[in-house]
Design a protein around this ligand. Structure first.
Ligand code: KMH
Ligand code: ZN
Length: 281
């Protein structure tokens, strides 16, 4: 078990509207300031979805490049771009995200019902995305929404070999309507099926945030929190901002005697080589 806890902040996502969640960071300025506050509160990775000028989700490559540059300039966070985008994004735009040269990218290992929608990740798309990350030296974070996706991760690694950095890191996303429930039993079943040596974090959507976070800490996992997944802090209390969720995650990690990892420690765990740096692992 890692003694320290890797905290990822997912500040925006692709599903919520600023008009419904005023604290949602949708401009680059808001994103960078949310990322800085999250880093100060204990986050080491930022999972990025961008919005356009109208507030709608976008995979515009120019905007993604600007965001990567701004986050690198103003934070030391590991910059992870979403390749999941929104359920409406086409595969070619999702593949092109890698051209913005993030440190890391999300990579979901299967199709899942997603509320009223479907989050599409057919096998050929998974393979294309994964082999591109290997060729480009971008560290994938395998986002797994159900147990079948854990099996697909094994199939991927068995067929195409390990990520270029040699380490497998997973985020278990629980509580999506259509995916695995955000229960300790579901998280522990998925963890038991992970490849040997993989590190993992867990994300509980909505009211599953706390049970999932507490399970992850107890079972040796890491945490992902943020407005992408959680907009209610406690019953009747909207989340103030992303930093509030990171502060709570850091507090829980401290209570568990597994305080937050620094961004350097996160790079070492994930096998990320910083620009200008020779070797990390
Ligand atoms: N917005 C969801 C459809 C990811 O970032 O890779 C997909 C998602 C996963 O959020
Ligand atoms: Zn996401």
């Amino acid at each position: 078990m890692d003694r320290r806890t890797l905290i990822t902040v997912a500040p925006t996502g692709a599903e919520l509207l600023k008009s419904d969640v005023p604290a949602l960071p949708v401009t680059l300025t808001e994103l960078v300031s949310a990322a800085k506050e999250a880093e100060a509160a204990g986050a080491a990775v930022v999972h990025v979805h961008l919005r356009d000028a109208s507030g709608a989700p976008t995979l515009d490559l120019g905007l993604l490049g600007d965001a990567v540059a701004a986050l690198r300039e103003q934070t030391t966070l590991v910059v992870q771009l979403s390749t999941g985008g929104s359920v409406h994004d086409p595969f070619d735009a999702r593949l092109a995200v890698l051209e913005a040269a993030p440190d890391s990218c999300s990579l979901t290992c299967g199709t899942v019902n997603f509320g009223e929608d479907v989050f599409l990740n057919p096998w050929p798309f998974i393979v294309e995305l994964y082999t591109r990350t290997q060729a480009m030296g971008i560290v994938p974070e395998f986002e797994l929404f159900d147990l079948g996706q854990v099996a697909s991760l094994h199939r991927l690694l068995d067929t195409y070999g390990p990520p270029s950095a040699g380490h497998v890191h997973v985020d278990l996303v629980a509580g999506v309507p259509g995916g695995m429930p955000g229960t300790p039993a579901a998280i522990l079943a998925a963890v038991a099926a992970l490849p040997a040596g993989a590190s993992w974090s867990a994300t509980g959507v909505g009211r599953t945030t706390l049970p999932v976070a507490l399970t992850a800490l107890a079972a040796g996992g890491h945490l992902r929190v943020g407005l992408e997944d959680t907009v209610t802090y406690a019953k009747g209390q909207p989340v103030r901002d992303n930093a509030q969720l990171v502060e709570r995650a850091a507090l829980l990690a401290g209570v568990a005697q597994r305080p937050p990892m620094s961004t350097d420690q996160a790079r070492t765990l994930l096998g990320i080589v910083s620009p200008g740096q020779d070797v990390v692992r």
